[in-house]
Ligand binder design. Structure first.
Ligand code: NAP
Length: 485
């Protein structure tokens, strides 16, 4: 079966921060992939801007190099790259001042396309200044869209301030706050599995589910972002946004319709149902040197740092559906493998008719894997095939069907999200009140360990995190799924 591609309307996408890492590594390669799939009409314009003093020709040369670096050889050819590059324009602007804006405005207003979107791939401190320039200079049209990247604030007060600055110039239905985890095919498939089948939803509750694990493990350290990361830590950098979004989609009630505000209303209810987390249910860790790997403190350039590069939390969703079901969250850097997954572990049958030790079974589990390979597998117990007696064995049932339904290539999250911006679909973007609610939950937890002057527990770079994180779940007679690729 081939994937149906519906072309979007011709658009003008103005990228602020077009010379930066995100634009080169993610945004422009994603646009190229959609261009290659004929989803982007040929009259579309991608207008880059940053302080770098390039012209359009220099920008095209830079982006050609990036495409050659980030797009696999099998997915690119000289002709399609050349055609894509003709869609690119560039004009330098320092957004903190007035210089350069007039020429950028003239470029954007010259034969405009029906859809206009601004992508702010810059530090959040520049969101407000850019939004007000767009408004003052008449670039913001009645239905133009503005896309902003994470981090959306450092705490509740800063997130509220960013929301205020954007709301001053754009309506909420024009603002697209990206969390790229929501653009992953498998995360959307979780919604399809839950709400388009009658099989899972009846057992998706405290009566049938024992607990849920959400893991985002990285092998990399702070990679040149040490100064930023050391002020942030795993809770702010990962839990408040990515893990929170994964938790919301797992725990939310069925929305009335698969539409932006219906879905976001349900996610907001989940965040508002989260209980405060006491200190004994929080384990913070910091990686120490191991073999060739330097310590976090060396990587971050702060010998006294008490910032966590790992965190595990036992979280409770205080509502009818999830009463008594713990959600164990963990995320960290310099771990054994790069892996992101949501695991739903079901309760055991109320009575086992298989009493012998060799007939032991594992609990059923649904594993929704986002990284490194997207997949959904249901782990079932079956009889071990053959005549040698009656023994049980666990088999994974592949429910992702990527091979059957597509060309075998999972589109990058940015491809999906960028096309949703152009289509004007906000379902997979965070609403302002959602982000604020997530900070309202996270802030007191952070304040609690700060007041207690908590020191993160060291763990070996390349391991599975601090021992305390194992104890957190062992204490409840449960086990983490191993961190493995
Ligand atoms: P980056 O490589 O530092 O790029 C920042 C961009 O902003 C550059 O193009 C820079 O260009 C431009 N810029 C800085 N000051 C400017 C000014 N006064 N006027 C105009 N342009 C200015 O950062 P990045 O990694 O691309 O990240 C961009 C944003 O996305 C950040 O908020 C980051 O947190 C977020 N993000 C990044 C990633 C990622 O994987 N990189 C992932 C998630 C979120 P010039 O120096 O040429 O002006």
């Amino acid at each position: 079966m081939s994937v149906k591609i519906i072309p979007v309307d011709p658009f003008d996408l103005i990228i602020f921060g077009a010379s930066g890492d995100l634009a080169r590594r993610k945004i422009l390669p994603a646009l190229y992939q959609r261009f290659l799939a004929s989803q982007i009409p040929p009259e579309t314009r991608i207008i880059g801007t940053a302080r770098s003093g390039w012209d359009s020709a220099a920008f095209r040369t830079e982006i050609k190099t990036s495409l050659e670096k980030y797009i696999p050889e099998s997915r690119r050819d000289a002709d399609s790259i050349a055609r894509f590059l003709t869609r690119l324009h560039y004009h330098p602007v320092d957004v903190k001042g007035d210089k350069g804006w007039d020429a950028l405005v003239a470029l954007v207003n010259d034969t405009p396309n029906p859809v206009r979107a601004f992508y702010l791939s810059v530090a959040p401190a520049l969101f407000g200044p850019i939004a007000s320039q767009l408004s003052q200079r008449g670039l913001r049209t009645a239905d133009s869209r503005i896309v902003v990247e994470k981090p959306f604030g450092h705490d509740l007060a800063s997130a509220q301030e960013l929301n205020k600055q954007l709301a001053h110039c754009f309506r909420e239905d024009q603002i697209y706050r990206i969390d790229h985890y929501l653009g992953k095919e498998t995360v959307q498939n979780l919604m399809a599995l839950r709400f388009a089948n009658s099989l899972l939803e009846p057992v998706w509750n405290a009566q049938h589910i024992d607990h849920i694990q959400i893991t985002v493990a990285e092998t990399i350290g702070v990679e040149g972002r040490g100064a930023y990361y050391d002020k942030s830590g795993a809770m702010r950098d990962m839990v408040q946004n990515h893990l929170m979004q994964m938790l919301c989609l797992t725990a939310m009630e069925p929305p009335a319709r698969f539409e932006a505000n219906d879905v976001r209303d349900e996610k907001l209810k989940v965040i508002r149902s989260l209980e405060d987390v006491p200190l004994p249910d929080i384990v913070r860790g910091q990686y120490r040197a191991n073999g060739d790997s330097a310590s976090y403190r060396d990587d971050a350039g702060n010998p006294d740092s008490t910032t966590e590069s790992f965190i595990a939390l036992k979280v409770r969703v205080s509502n009818w559906r999830w009463a008594g079901v713990p959600f164990y969250l963990r995320t960290g850097k310099r771990l054994r493998a790069r892996m992101s997954e949501i695991v739903v572990i079901f309760k055991d049958p109320p009575h086992s008719i298989f009493p012998h030790p060799e007939q032991r079974h594992n609990s059923n589990s649904l594993v929704i894997r986002l990284q490194p390979d997207e997949a959904i597998t249901m782990h079932m117990n079956i009889k071990e095939p053959g005549q040698g007696g009656f023994r049980l064995t666990e088999v994974p049932l592949d429910m992702s069907f990527a091979e059957t339904l597509g060309d075998g290539r999972m589109a990058d999250a940015y491809e999906r999200l960028l096309m949703d911006v152009i289509r004007g679909d906000q379902t997979l973007f965070m609403r302002g009140d959602e982000v604020e609610a997530a900070w309202r939950w996270a802030d007191p937890i952070i304040a609690r360990w700060q007041e207690a002057e908590d020191i993160p527990e060291p763990y070996d770079a390349g391991g599975s995190g601090p021992d305390g994180s194992l104890a957190l779940i062992h204490h409840d007679n449960r086990r983490w799924r191993p961190i493995e690729a």
